[in-house]
Design a protein around this ligand. Structure first.
Ligand code: MG
Length: 457
């Protein structure tokens, strides 16, 4: 069973996104609101991250929903997974104004389905159809919707996470949180305090100018967090992206934990207590499968994009499979016992439990993981699909996987070649158990690609 990706016009893998005042305007938000209200008449929850453009876009989107007769529940500023949880529990849909990890000048909209997952490709194409043919159903005066504010619902999300953990696993543990001036200022410190941690914060005041660091939690942007972890003798530091569906970690020595290692550690922890399937895109390091198999679990691969992971998890469960965990190698992890979307707050809480249960330092646990060598590179070309077609033929006799692009699997290593859906480039990724075999495989693929592209001109 594999979910196929469909190409959309306006929406990308994670909603509509672009630069405010250029691609993203209140006019567009209004039309999205009208289209969503036409497609999903009912109670729609609206939230936003801390970006300066958020209020104008949220008001425009809400206007479209109200004009088409929806009841609007304004949840204010909150993490994307908090809005997803609130929609799943109470409402018939949701819209989140966010540009996730993109710089401050960006913003966008993610549409949330009644089950809390992001809208799938087929439904998004329907929504795009309504947007382009203007066939929205605005209502007369006595049928327009009403709006109410519900900022308190964020507490339900915090409680939903803390109630998953018994006792106070964080007792005696100092943790430093870097919400990056984003909406997790309201949630992650509260979650960790409820688990018994002593919590310090950096960039802990909501601010859409992002004065401390950019919304992408890169190792470079997290130097302040790393310094505070060391200075406070903390067990770990945690940072979120701009809408807190992702979380990344700094170990007790101030070192950044690579996101595939983070995924593998938490997979190992979950597989200790629950046996079943872990769902992840084909781009995730083999490390995750290695720890999963060693712990008696299996891995199911999907196309790249968290929505494909979430939907595959749901489908497997609907088919009677035991699914214990899912996620991507970028710090976006999905805990099916909580909800079917990436959740940075739940990831933070699980790390506390993991360290409490193992009694080990984070750096020690990372050091015990299988060693992998990853290479990622882009090649600029407008002939991406032709290239993949030709590589498909060239490597036809090898073990290949066409879930997303082309994955060539060799003993203990693989190469993945994917064409970008939005830019004229291809991405080559290699994952191997040492740098020598990794470099050799990478050079081989790059040489093949260059030859094919040379012939295409
Ligand atoms: Mg995000």
């Amino acid at each position: 069973m594999t979910i196929k990706k469909l190409q959309k016009q306006l929406f990308g893998t994670n909603g509509v996104r672009g630069v405010v005042g250029k691609e993203i305007t209140p006019g567009l938000a209004l039309r999205i609101g009208e289209a969503l209200g036409t497609m999903r008449p009912g109670s729609i929850a609206v939230g936003r991250d801390t970006r300066t453009s958020g209020p104008a876009l949220a008001d425009a989107l809400k206007a479209g929903l109200l004009a088409t007769g929806c009841e609007v529940i304004d949840c204010g500023i909150l993490p994307t997974p908090a809005l997803q949880y609130i929609v799943k529990e109470h409402y018939e849909g949701g819209a989140m104004i966010t540009a996730s990890h993109n710089p401050p000048e960006y913003n966008g909209v993610k549409i949330i389905e009644p089950d809390g997952t992001e809208m799938g490709d087929e439904e998004t194409l329907r929504l795009e159809g309504l947007l382009s043919d203007q066939s929205v159903l605005t209502k007369p005066w006595d049928q327009v919707g009403k709006e109410m504010a519900a900022p308190h619902l964020i507490d339900e999300y915090v409680h939903a996470i803390t109630s998953q953990f018994a006792g106070k696993p964080g007792k005696g543990m100092t943790v430093v949180v870097d919400p990056g001036s984003g909406p997790a200022c309201q949630t992650t410190p509260a979650i960790l305090q409820a688990l018994g941690c002593r919590v310090l914060t950096i960039n802990g005041i909501m601010d859409g100018t992002f004065p401390g660091r950019l919304p992408e939690p890169s190792p470079d942007g997290l130097k302040g967090l790393a310094a505070l972890v060391l200075a406070s003798n903390a067990a770990f530091g945690i940072a979120h992206d701009g809408d807190a569906d992702r979380a990344v970690f700094i170990d007790e020595n101030g070192s950044f934990v690579e996101e595939n290692q983070e995924f593998a550690l938490i997979a190992q922890h979950i597989c200790r207590n629950a046996k079943g399937t872990i769902v992840t895109p084909v781009s995730t390091s083999q490390m995750v499968e290695m720890v999963a198999v060693a712990a008696g679990c299996t891995v199911q691969y999907t196309p790249v994009g968290s929505i494909y992971v979430a939907r595959t998890m749901r489908e497997l469960i609907a088919n009677g499979k035991q699914v214990v965990f899912g996620g991507e190698g970028n710090g976006g992890l999905i805990f099916p016992k909580h909800q079917f979307c990436r959740d940075g707050g739940m990831t933070a809480a699980t790390m506390v439990e993991l360290l409490a249960m193992t009694g080990q330092r984070l750096s020690t646990l990372v050091g015990q993981l299988p060693q992998r060598h990853m290479i990622k590179e882009k090649i600029l070309t407008a002939h991406g699909s032709l290239l993949i077609e030709q590589l498909n033929k060239k490597y036809a006799l090898e073990s290949i996987d066409k879930t997303d692009g082309l994955k060539i699997k060799r003993h203990n290593s693989w190469a993945l070649i994917r064409a970008s859906g939005t830019e004229p480039l291809i991405r080559i990724m290699v994952d191997a158990d040492d740098s020598i075999s990794g470099s050799a495989l990478f050079q081989e693929i790059k040489k093949s690609a260059t030859e094919i592209l040379g012939n295409a001109h």
